[in-house]
Design a protein around this ligand. Structure first.
Ligand SMILES: Cc1ncc(COP(=O)(O)O)c(C=O)c1O
Length: 441
């Protein structure tokens, strides 16, 4: 069998995160690991309406083959949405519909990347992009980031070291860090892009999920001729419909269409027609605030629980939107171990190292998702997690509370037992009793 496989399969490893997500979906485990929208955020109550409208308007066309570029009413609706909400100048012809934004990433890899091409990505970056690009054998160049997102000078350095085929960025509420590239940095980056012949992919699935603060302009607005803007309805409608899209410079778009044609001819017409009605019928306008109301308190619960549970040895992002918080511990802290211990206590997280293209980085980081679990679960899970983290670094705050109370985790023991059953009791007791200063009575 091995001999039948194409060489490119050698670059298509099993995603460690998929394995973690299997663990995370076990009964009794609270998952901060995934990146899924909450089922509660889906507009299920309006679907019946949408379906009726679609068949009234389009009849059997909604079930027919359609053109590769996408269902015309959806392309038109998205062009209007993008210019109204994001200031992007797009006509219907500029919009290409894809099967999820993942479909655009795959097509970009296919048409742009040859073996050994240098592709620059943020460190850390979205793992799905790496999976999409890997079969084409790129050589990754890590771009440095800080609390404001990508450091523009890092891109300049990468360019100085040799030609870049592609730069892949998630500038707003990034997955995995939740960070947003500041407006000043966007302008600086645009200057760098303009003065070099490079193509940038701006992957933007999260910018509509803003819980506070003012919006930032897409990078594409600064340099439309060199930026492929990639969007999706997965986070603001439903990921199961698989509606992604892009605005790309004309030459790139033509190739993307050819690449897509060979894969699926076109994205499902019924999904596209539903999406078109979701936009033009004013449903998105009505439903988006509900999605934000669902996630806003979850984000707050996570940040509050981190504030309450961790000391200065840890740092975490405070995203104004999106679905993720990024947590960094002291350099020698191994989050792999934290992951293993957390799972035993019924909490799943993703070690951040998986989001780096360089295998030696990110060992002290974690990605935490707040869109999926409800507020109570977040408080409970982050309480357990911060307890473990403090234990790992021998935090003084914990040590002193142990000395004074004998058991710093009474609520944790009680909660875990009520959530997961008595089996965990002895496990938790062992953790508590192993703390310095705790005396077994
Ligand atoms: C940064 C980023 N890009 C792309 C995707 C893919 O989204 P979809 O294919 O559902 O549009 C995701 C999914 O979570 C993501 O986080």
């Amino acid at each position: 069998m091995e001999t039948l496989l194409a060489d490119r399969t050698q670059n298509m490893g099993i995603s460690a995160i998929r394995e973690i997500l299997k663990v995370a979906s076990q009964p009794g485990v609270i998952s901060l690991a995934g990146g899924l929208p909450a089922a509660k955020a889906f507009p299920t109550s309006i679907l019946q309406d949408l379906i009726e409208r679609v068949f009234e308007k389009y009849g059997s066309l909604a079930l027919q083959y359609d053109c590769t570029e996408g269902f015309a009413p959806l392309r038109q609706a998205l062009a209007a949405h993008l210019s109204e909400k994001k200031g992007l100048c797009a006509s219907q012809d500029d919009v290409l519909i894809a099967t999820g934004s993942q479909g655009v990433l795959d097509a970009l890899g296919k048409i742009l990347i040859s073996r050994g091409d240098r592709v620059a990505v943020e460190a850390p970056t979205y793992l799905g992009a790496i999976q999409a690009f890997n079969p084409y054998g790129p050589e990754y160049v890590s771009l440095e980031t800080d609390g404001e997102g990508l450091i523009p000078e890092s891109l300049e350095e990468a360019i100085d070291q040799g030609p870049l085929k592609l730069v892949y960025l998630v500038p707003t509420f990034q997955n995995p860090t939740g960070r947003t590239l500041s407006v000043a940095r966007r302008a600086h980056l645009a200057d760098i892009i303009q003065s070099h012949e490079i193509l940038v992919v701006e992957d933007d699935p999260y910018s509509d999920l803003r819980y506070e603060g003012g919006s930032v302009p897409p990078l594409q607005l600064f340099v439309p001729e060199q930026v492929v803007y990639v969007g999706t309805l997965s986070k603001i409608f439903a990921p199961g419909l698989r509606i992604g899209y892009c605005l790309a410079p004309k030459k790139v778009r033509q190739w993307l269409i050819l690449a897509k044609q060979g894969v699926d001819l076109h994205t499902g017409t019924l999904s596209q027609a539903l999406a078109a009605e979701y936009l033009v019928g004013g449903y998105l306008e009505e439903h988006l605030p509900r999605i934000l109301e669902c996630y806003r308190p979850r984000r707050k619960a996570m940040l509050d629980a981190l504030d309450a549970g961790l000391s200065d040895s840890f740092q975490w992002s405070r995203p104004e939107g999106g679905m993720f918080v990024w947590l960094e511990g002291p350099p020698d802290l191994e989050m792999d171990r934290v992951y293993e211990e957390a799972v035993k206590l019924g909490v799943a997280v993703v070690p951040g190292k998986y989001f780096f293209t360089d295998p030696d980085r990110g060992g002290n980081t974690l990605r935490l998702n707040f869109s999926m679990p409800d507020v109570l679960s977040i408080k409970h899970a982050v309480g357990i997690l911060t307890g473990l983290l403090r234990q790992q670094v021998g935090n003084t705050k914990v040590t002193s509370s142990i000395r004074s109370s004998g058991n710093p985790y009474p609520h944790l023991v009680r909660d875990v037992i009520s959530h997961h059953g008595a089996d965990f009791k002895s496990y938790i007791s062992d953790i508590v009793m192993s703390q310095p200063g705790v005396v077994r009575k």
